[in-house]
Write a protein that binds this ligand. Structure first.
Ligand code: LHQ
Length: 267
């Protein structure tokens, strides 16, 4: 696939669409252009049935340093136009985070280095996180007098609980990969030499599973924090009616009965 992006590099292989944040000289900081391109890439990921897993990663030594502070520096100069924070978040970050959370396919953050500010928030919004021992997470917002955004005040609490989230958000200190694993913030830490291969193996495994069931599972999991027991039971029954009608469900049961490995099409 030809790459038409200037801030991203993408590949599609064996059902895995890898989106690499590609501004390594700026630690893959988020620029307006990157936001536009991420929106297009995630839209394509939703539309294209051959894409059955998405990997978000960074080029070079960082995952992402969050907002590119150079890009908005004029807002802070004498006489500069102050940033409209509400609009900035609503029009850019919020749309992307919603897109990742509502994308009915598994999204894996392959955290190859530091993830700071909204860069960390993007990783938290993904379904799974796999990282190298050199990766780290910095809720850098407080260090510049801001609050965590891009849903980190929700996702981080969901992943690690209130006390740990409060400590990370209020102190703005670096969390190592080792501690992130201990906190349950990341699913796996893999040595750098094996990182790429491990990410590929995990993503290809996800891409070969029943994609529609995974998408519906994601919908149900997303509701877990707000639903009552009765609501969730009803919602599961509603979603199962859809999952039960997929080709992959039929294939899964037939394969089981015929004592063979299933071949899931994602349909
Ligand atoms: C950067 C950045 C960066 C530009 C490193 N921008 N150049 C929402 C609402 C509206 C407005 C604001 O933003 C948001 C959402 C947010 O994301 S707010 C949080 C924004 N991000 C930060 O505050 C993180 C700032 N960066 C850092 O704390 C450190 O650079 C980290 C912890 C990411 C990495 O530390 P180191 O590994 O020690 O690297 P470094 O600090 O030496 O940075 C390397 C270069 O990257 C350096 O440039 P230089 O020309 O000196 O080599 C940095 O200036 C540049 N860089 N982050 N966000």
């Amino acid at each position: 696939m030809a790459d038409s992006y200037s801030t991203l590099a993408t590949t599609l292989e064996n059902g895995v669409f890898t989106i690499t944040l590609n501004r390594p000289d700026a630690l893959n900081a988020y620029s307006r252009e990157m936001g536009v391109e991420l929106g297009a890439a995630f839209r394509m990921a939703q539309r294209d049935d051959s894409i059955r897993c998405i990997v978000l990663t960074g080029a070079g030594r960082a995952f992402s340093a969050g907002q590119d502070l150079q890009e908005i520096k004029d807002c802070y100069s004498e006489g500069g136009q102050p940033l409209d924070f509400g609009a900035h978040l609503r029009n850019q970050y919020n749309t992307l985070i919603t897109r990742i959370r509502s994308l009915e396919k598994p999204v894996v953050a392959a955290v190859n280095g530091v993830a700071a500010g909204a860069g960390a928030s993007f990783a938290f919004a993904c379904d799974l996180r796999i990282c190298t021992p050199k990766a780290s997470f910095v809720m850098a917002f407080v260090n510049i007098g801001l609050i965590p955004d891009s849903a980190a005040t929700l996702t981080l609490v969901q992943h690690v609980g209130y006390a740990r989230a409060a400590e990370l958000c209020m102190l703005g200190e670096k969390l190592s990969a080792e501690d992130a694993l201990r906190f349950g913030l990341v699913n796996r830490v893999v040595e750098e030499d094996h990182f790429e291969a491990s990410v590929r193996t995990l993503a290809e495994k996800l891409a070969a599973l029943p994609t529609r069931a995974i998408g519906l599972t994601k919908r149900a999991l997303n509701r877990a924090w707000t639903a009552t027991l009765a609501d969730q039971l009803e919602y599961e029954a509603f979603l199962q009616a859809t999952a039960g009608g997929t080709q992959d469900h039929t294939e899964g049961v037939r394969a089981f009965l015929e004592k063979r490995q299933p071949t899931f099409s994602g349909q």
